[in-house]
Design a binder for this molecule. Sequence first.
Ligand code: SF4
Ligand code: SF4
Ligand code: SF4
Length: 394
Amino acid sequence: MAPKGVSRLIRVTDGVIGPVEPKKKTVKAKTRADYPGVSAAHLDIAEVYASPKLAGPPLCDELIALMQHTFTEEEASIARHIGPRARETAQSVAAAAHRPVEEVRPVLERLANEKCVLLAFGSGENRFYANLPLAAGTFEMVLMRTSMETLTDWHRRFCELFAALYETGFGVDYWGKRPPSVKYLPMGQVIQSHPAAYPSDKLEEIFDRYDSFGVTLCQCRIVEEMVGRGCGKPKEVCMALGISADRLIQAGKFRRIEKKEALEIKAEAEVQGLVTWITSLDPKLGGSSCSCCGDCCHMMRIISEFNVPGIIAPPHFMPCFDPTECTHCGKCALACPMGAITVDTRNKSLQHDPRRCIGCAQCAVACTPFKAVVMEAVPGVEDFKQDRSRGLTA
Ligand code: SF4
Ligand code: SF4
Ligand code: SF4
């Protein structure tokens, strides 16, 4: 068992502090014939979300259960006509379903605006409907909100069924193959005046590139709270920047904040042990920044729970451990959100797994008062400087 306040993915056994055993993929692929009692509409919509184009799981018990909960049979009979990654109008869906468009349009609007499982964009004849992968995509759309008060029993059940599907590990076949899309920022206090550093205390410099800021609740932490594994850390930390913020605030999904409040939220998140990432995008396209913990964040858990490469970009800084200063107290291993450090406090040894490390520097901050951890720039950091000159954020 890990001590109170430490990630549930860290264990302490016989004086050894380190990650829990990685999980194995348990998803069991089935066929339509295995579900004689399930409606054709639900089997069809399950096959849409099972598509590799949506990085979906195979047809399996957990997917069927999630689909039966998410869509009524009537909704499934309509939404199944939107193929994976396709975009359709109400007219084209109505034609495929052999139903009047007056019946089909309200169902599509309800799925887009109330249940938030479909994307809708455009207007009139050019209003389109599309689906997104279950993760990342649909689960975030369904849960994205500014208040826990608006969550219903339907959302609670959605969280339980989504968590059950995620934990089958179906995604290990996809996650290692995606290009990295986010980068965690090392904690500022331990990266002092390195010319290539963009640590978290320079977030203001990154935020200066945007003129709109929105904040919403962390969807990963909502799921974990709903399934009884809440980490207790702040949830109002997920931010959208620039035009992304404007769109999501207009959609009622984010709350508008000023840059000052955005920086205060991020500073408090860091105090609470959360680590902040930022997308590497041209600021003109908008951006996003979340503050995550190892217990809840699905991006981190892909690596720490399933031991496969994720979509987190390689860090620009890595911890370097000084054996002459290290007392093998284990505080760094308890603080690491990725389970990247194992300390044997009795036999006095320390191992660091660079494949899991996101360069967040929590270990260096935790190593007080010993100062046995120094964050060092990794080779290739010069490329990072070039990226910055091209306008990338991290
Ligand atoms: S990425 Fe991090 S902050 Fe964002 S929703 Fe997931 S855990 Fe929450
Ligand atoms: S916190 Fe510092 S002193 Fe303690 S085990 Fe880690 S590196 Fe060694
Ligand atoms: S070892 Fe862990 S705490 Fe240290 S930088 Fe890497 S991920 Fe962060």
